[in-house]
Design a protein around this ligand. Structure first.
Ligand SMILES: *Cc1c(COP(=O)(O)O)cnc(C)c1O
Length: 381
């Protein structure tokens, strides 16, 4: 078989992170956000790890929900509550209703779906998205007052949701507090206009669930924390203050690669496109069959290291589409095939998603989400 890189997912880490989130949630139910191929971890692989451990599954697209239902059928698992939070077409909406998947009404345009559902005799649970300050999807207070959501009187409205705009970048949650107040008023308004009560309220993603207790409401919707990553350094700092202690989140994902070849390059050799690296001395290099096609960021060129035998090995020259080259001179004693860790722990060293993201001038959310769906994912116990 050709050498390749693979992703390992730790079952124990998922369990540990959910224990933290359950403790934080208190009486609130705990959902799992599985959008973006489960933040690059692999939708079905993560599903197998969280399905029996959480109360609700949140995704963005109808395709993701359909894959969850298909997995449940093939694995002989009961159907979990699944909510598609993103935009759906009328046809998607009918298909989702037949799969027993909940949908979210966020705009006036959803009226066409409500009419089609009613004509087809379908009554999926509908959640209503209120825009409380993110400026993304959802009914604003003004839209509610203008009657934009009144068409929902014909639907089975069961929940109300919103999403925070500014919880991760700050240690003072003033804007989030204002969004929370806006949400409280909005839910009241919505219930009054639709003549319903007791809507299930869900608002908090990871950061708010961890550091803004009043935001936990009826269900929390963590994504990043479930994968064992802190939303930000600010969230971590705030957790120390709010929770009195920083809970341990364990990164679920490690990314490793077998070497394609290990060899010596003589002093003076160039490495990679553009000849941006030149070996000062004879250098033992490992060519790894991993590149930006797989999601290893090219912007990390000249900064990154991988781990071999618990040692840092600098990535030399530019990251290529399907290859990168690391200096393993001091990490191994021969030219035998080796395993390199691109993300995760090896011995005492860790390449965190935050570190890789920093090299690439982005955030860890993006770095893990961009890991190629083609990579093999294996669950480790
Ligand atoms: C992505 C997302 C979440 C989860 O956010 P994290 O910061 O990863 O916990 C929750 N709710 C909505 C609407 C989202 O889009």
């Amino acid at each position: 078989m050709t050498p390749a890189s693979w992703i390992e997912l730790s079952d124990g880490a998922v369990a540990a992170n959910l224990k933290v989130l359950r403790a934080v949630a208190g009486a609130a139910r705990v959902g799992a956000v599985l959008k973006g191929n489960a933040y690059g971890h692999g939708l079905l692989e993560m599903l197998s790890l969280v399905h029996g451990r959480v109360d609700v599954l949140y995704v963005i697209t109808p395709q993701e929900a359909a894959r969850i239902r298909a997995w449940e059928a093939s694995a002989a698992q009961p159907r979990r509550e699944v909510v598609v939070m993103g935009a759906v077409s009328v046809d998607d909406c009918l298909a989702l209703a037949r799969l027993g998947v909940s949908v979210v009404a966020a705009e006036r345009g959803f009226e066409a779906a409500v009419r089609a559902l009613s004509a087809a005799g379908l009554t999926p649970d509908v959640h209503v998205h209120l825009d409380t300050g993110l400026g993304r999807e959802g009914f604003t207070a003004e839209a509610l007052d203008a009657g934009d959501a009144d068409f929902l009187r014909g639907a089975r409205v069961r929940g109300a949701m919103s999403h925070f705009a500014n919880t991760e970048d700050v240690t003072e949650q003033d804007f989030a507090q204002s969004q929370l107040a806006c949400f409280g008023a909005g839910v009241e308004r919505l219930e009054a206009r639709l003549g319903v009560g007791g809507l299930v309220r869900h608002f908090a993603a990871s950061a708010a669930a961890l550091v803004l207790p009043p935001s936990r409401l009826d269900v929390i919707r963590p994504g990043i924390a479930l994968y064992g990553l802190w939303p930000s350094a600010e969230t971590r700092l705030s957790a120390r203050v709010v929770l009195g202690d920083v809970p341990t989140l364990e990164p679920v994902l490690s990314w490793r690669s077998a070497s394609q070849v290990v060899k010596w390059l003589p002093a003076g050799s160039y490495v990679g496109y553009g000849c941006t690296w030149r070996c000062e001395a004879a250098t033992r290099v490992a060519v790894l069959p991993v590149g930006y096609w797989d999601g290893y960021p090219r912007l990390a060129s000249g900064k990154a290291h991988v781990l071999v035998n618990g040692r840092r090995c600098p990535v030399l020259g530019r990251v290529m589409m399907n290859h990168l080259i690391a200096d393993v001179t001091h990490a191994v004693n021969d030219e035998a095939p080796l395993t390199a860790t691109l993300l995760g722990r090896d011995g005492d060293e860790v390449v965190s998603a935050e570190l890789l993201a920093g090299w690439a001038q982005t955030i860890h959310y993006e770095t893990v989400t961009r890991l190629g769906p083609h990579l093999r994912r294996v669950v480790t116990r």
